[in-house]
Design a protein around this ligand. Structure first.
Ligand SMILES: Cc1ncc(COP(=O)(O)O)c(C=O)c1O
Length: 350
């Protein structure tokens, strides 16, 4: 297979390796809506086990996983508290409100990606017919690449439990947080009533997430998945890729983290760029005018990056790029990116 052009836009762009494709081709399958796909069941069990939960549900995507979780936790008029920059608040179309009649309340997120105990306390509404019923706290790990330490999540979920709330974790990239903190996935998982893990980000599967929780919770979520049109038939073909990813691609995330640190260090040697790494992501800042032209210029050198985000720092207007490392990028790809950025005629001092 030809190696694709370097693509730093996201860790979702990876293509299944030959070994992963072989596992998919050989998968034992059945009709999963009838509960007859052994490979899907094996994936659900293995994911639940790793996350310290009783049961799992294989779903099409991270968005479907979070949506099934929120619809299971919340009734109409209930409220979920979450971070203003978290995926369920910003990038999932407000699904729990649209389909479940639930209120999604965004809370401030600090520079480390965390929520403050005081903000959660202040947002929990007393039982009063004027208010939505605050029922759920939904956290994320990693948050824009930043691993959330176990102790911090313990403090937040502990507070939520005292107030009678359930807790959900969007652990799309939880395995990156596990490597970064050195704490087992089950330690994180046990703090939450439900945990979603994506297989198609750094883990490199072509599709799918697993939602995990107690047996009754997953039985209820399975109903929602069916209603959302997510009951799939011989989905063991896809689940086999997920199983392969869990077995072979968790430890190797360390390579992505190392490459991210090296890439940030190399970019910092390039005048006109300031960069920092967080797990498998690098955030690089350039002068805004320079930043706007960079993606097109790199595309001409067959390197893909996402568009910059405009930010103001004091007097300076800067463009902030997210560069994501993954298993289809090696150190040569990072070196090429640094060389091309150093050659970019638009570069300005910042
Ligand atoms: C933190 C987080 N949660 C959930 C999702 C949703 O995953 P999907 O794109 O598979 O729906 C993403 C996707 O990028 C994500 O970054």
């Amino acid at each position: 297979m030809n190696r694709p052009d370097p693509d730093f836009r996201s860790d979702t762009v990876t293509r299944p390796s030959a070994a992963m494709r072989a596992a998919m081709a050989e998968a034992e399958v059945g009709d999963d809506v009838y509960g007859e796909d052994a490979t899907v069941q094996a994936l659900e069990e293995q994911a639940a086990d790793r996350l310290g939960q009783e049961a799992g549900l294989f779903v099409a995507s991270g968005t479907q996983s979070n949506l099934c979780a929120l619809l299971t936790h919340l009734a109409r008029g209930d409220e979920v508290l979450s971070g203003e920059s978290y995926h369920i608040v910003r990038y999932e179309g407000g699904g729990a409100s649209v389909l479940g009649g639930a209120l999604i309340t965004p809370l401030p997120v600090d520079s480390c990606g965390g929520l403050a105990v005081g903000d959660i306390q202040a947002a929990i509404k007393p039982p009063d017919s004027h208010f939505a019923r605050t029922r759920l706290l939904s956290l994320e790990n990693t948050v824009h690449g930043v691993a959330q330490p176990l102790a911090r999540l313990q403090a937040l979920t502990g507070l939520a439990r005292q107030a009678g709330l359930a807790c959900h974790l969007d652990g799309a990239r939880l395995m990156n947080a596990v490597l970064e903190t050195g704490d087992e996935a089950a330690k994180f998982g046990q703090l939450f009533d439900s945990v979603s893990l994506c297989l198609s980000k750094g883990l490199g599967a072509p599709a799918g997430s697993v939602l995990t929780g107690s047996k009754p919770f997953i039985a209820a979520a399975r109903r929602w998945r069916k209603m959302l049109g997510g009951g799939m038939r011989q989905s063991g073909i896809l689940a086999a890729a997920g199983l392969y990813a869990l077995e072979h691609h968790c430890q190797r995330l360390a390579d992505d983290h190392k490459q991210a640190s090296q890439l940030a260090a190399a970019l910092n040697q390039t005048g006109g760029v300031r960069a920092e790494a967080a797990t498998n992501m690098v955030f690089a800042m350039l002068d805004w005018q320079a930043a706007m032209g960079l993606p097109d210029w790199l595309a001409k050198q067959n390197i893909r990056i996402s568009a910059p985000q405009k930010i103001q720092q004091g007097e300076a207007v800067l463009g902030r790029f997210r560069l994501v490392l993954h298993l289809d990028l090696d150190s040569r790809a990072s070196s090429r990116l640094v060389e091309e950025i150093a050659r970019y005629p638009g570069l300005q001092d910042i």
